[in-house]
Ligand binder design. Structure first.
Ligand SMILES: Cc1cc2nc3c(=O)[nH]c(=O)nc-3n(C[C@H](O)[C@H](O)[C@H](O)COP(=O)(O)OP(=O)(O)OC[C@H]3O[C@@H](n4cnc5c(N)ncnc54)[C@H](O)[C@@H]3O)c2cc1C
Length: 460
């Protein structure tokens, strides 16, 4: 089959894959684009599925448009479907966002006859060195030749899933986890980030847990979202100079000045957002230091939670029903159905504390190390050297045009990467405001690659 007529395969139909496929199908209406999704539901991905009906987004509606050049697109959709009472500042249910992605996909499917959704998982991709065409192996063992492949497999595994004690835990993302908690039971939650807050609120709604312990290495919890202050934040232009120590010092000084003027630290994090990719161009050594010492603080300040959610969460802490503990897990034992977890404090001289619980919920969030992802597709791509992790294994090494860099250091002609795997290059590639830029930019590059005629239209 010639390259000119082979389809483009987009693997994974969460936000990233769905919008890459939509942008691409609109740019190249003659080209077949196949969007593969193994969960049985295309659009919502892990974050916006319906199995978590009460969870709300952690960004207000006005900032959740899927299109950078149409900032009110989601807000208008929400008003059309939920009514005029929706305000741009509302933190809407995540399932509404899942419906929004599906709605955009349905519209594109009607508009672009060559865009298709295929509900089979992709388990492998092979090629031979002389060819620029890739062959996908699907879960039913059939094969499909493709001109280009976009990997948009998203958030997989969990940060704790590689642990030897993972067998004792229940996943926070599954509704069935919460059905297992019986009245009066004690629940231990691993992780103290946004996924923990979701889990704790779900336990509270369900009403059976008597005591909840949440643990993490640092015990830091997400901060609540707040509207920008009226005071203009200081300029941060001088920060992206790829010197970590200097950047941290300047950022702290700017935050202190802003607070003195009556501003809020959140404004600084908002101002820093567009500069994050250039800051991340620091040396591998500084990246390591950032990940070890600063990223736990960065995460809880940068990824804030909805104010109403935080009020409920804080109420549980204040009442003593939820306690947040800090330490490293050193053992988990199951003794006749009762679980006992050993927690070593930071101060190694102090003795290990023991926490007993009826259930342990893994709320550590998506895996932060791509080599721990157990999906056959990722295992195969890593094994074949088509995907190469960065030195901190946050994601896949790519070029600026989103092509994967293979083991020999050269870009692969046929493999593009998007979604959270872009963390390797940009660090922040998690939330919609970043991902919408990447989906549009990748589609423009890929369209220009396949049809040089459209190169001029690729406004990237
Ligand atoms: C719980 C949660 C809440 C969040 N809330 C917000 C928020 O409020 N605001 C915000 O801006 N961001 C939020 N985010 C971050 C962000 O929006 C998501 O991470 C983003 O949706 C990622 O989309 P994705 O398509 O890259 O990945 P995913 O959503 O993980 O989708 C990947 C899809 O690929 C499929 N797939 C994987 N491998 C294969 C394969 N081999 N074959 C076929 N299909 C495959 C999976 O089934 C999945 O559907 C949240 C993230 C999470 C996890």
């Amino acid at each position: 089959m010639s390259n000119s007529i082979s389809p483009v395969a987009v693997i994974g139909a969460g936000f990233s894959g769905t919008f890459t496929a939509i942008h691409l199908a609109l740019r190249l209406p003659e080209r077949q684009v196949i969007l593969f999704e193994e969960s049985g539901e295309a659009g919502p991905g892990l974050a916006y599925r319906r199995d978590d009906p009460h969870a709300v987004m952690n960004i207000p509606a006005r900032r959740m448009s899927a299109y950078q050049d149409d900032p009110d697109h989601f807000y208008h959709y929400a008003r059309r479907t939920l009514g005029d009472s929706v305000s741009p500042e509302d933190f809407l249910p995540r399932r509404v966002y899942g419906d929004y992605i599906k709605h955009c996909l349905d519209e594109a499917l009607q508009q672009c006859p060559n865009l298709k959704v295929d509900y089979r998982g992709v388990v492998d991709v092979q090629t031979n060195t002389a060819s620029s065409v890739a062959v996908l192996t699907l879960k039913d063992n059939s094969a499909l030749m493709c001109s280009r492949v976009v990997l948009a497999n998203g958030n997989q595994g969990s940060a704790f899933s590689g642990s030897i004690w993972a067998q004792h835990t229940l996943p926070a993302r599954k509704a069935s986890t919460f059905d297992q908690v019986k009245p009066g039971q004690t629940v231990l939650v691993i992780g103290t980030g946004l996924t923990m807050i979701d889990a704790v609120l779900e336990l509270e709604r369900q009403g059976n847990a008597k005591q909840i312990h949440a643990i993490s290495r640092n015990g830091l919890v997400p901060q609540p979202h707040r509207n920008a202050s009226l005071v203009q934040p200081p300029e941060l232009d001088e920060l992206p100079d790829s010197d970590l120590q200097r950047s941290v010092r300047l950022f702290r000084q700017a935050a202190a000045r802003h607070a003195k003027d009556g501003g809020d630290w959140r404004d600084l994090f908002a101002a820093l957002r567009p500069a994050t990719p250039s800051l991340w161009e620091m040396s591998p050594h500084d990246r390591g230091r950032f990940l070890r010492h600063i990223s736990p603080f960065w995460e809880v300040h940068r990824h804030q939670c909805a104010p109403a959610t935080h009020v409920v969460f804080q109420g549980l802490v204040d009442s003593g029903k939820l306690d947040i503990r800090r330490g490293t897990i050193v053992s988990v034992e199951n003794k006749d159905g009762r679980l006992r977890l050993g927690l070593a404090p930071r101060n190694r001289a102090a003795i290990t504390r023991w926490l007993d619980a009826d259930h342990i919920i893994d709320a550590t969030g998506p895996a932060r190390d791509i080599t721990t992802v157990r999906h056959p597709l990722i295992t195969n791509l890593l094994r074949r050297g088509f995907l190469v992790p960065d030195e901190h294994r946050l994601g896949a090494q790519i070029q600026a045009d989103y092509r994967a860099l293979q083991r020999n250091g050269y870009p692969l002609e046929w493999l593009y990467v998007t979604g959270p795997m872009l963390r390797a290059r940009y660090f922040e590639a998690t939330a919609i405001p970043e991902l919408r830029l990447h989906t549009a930019a990748l589609a423009a590059r890929l369209a220009a690659d396949l049809e040089p005629k459209v190169r001029l239209a690729a406004a990237v």
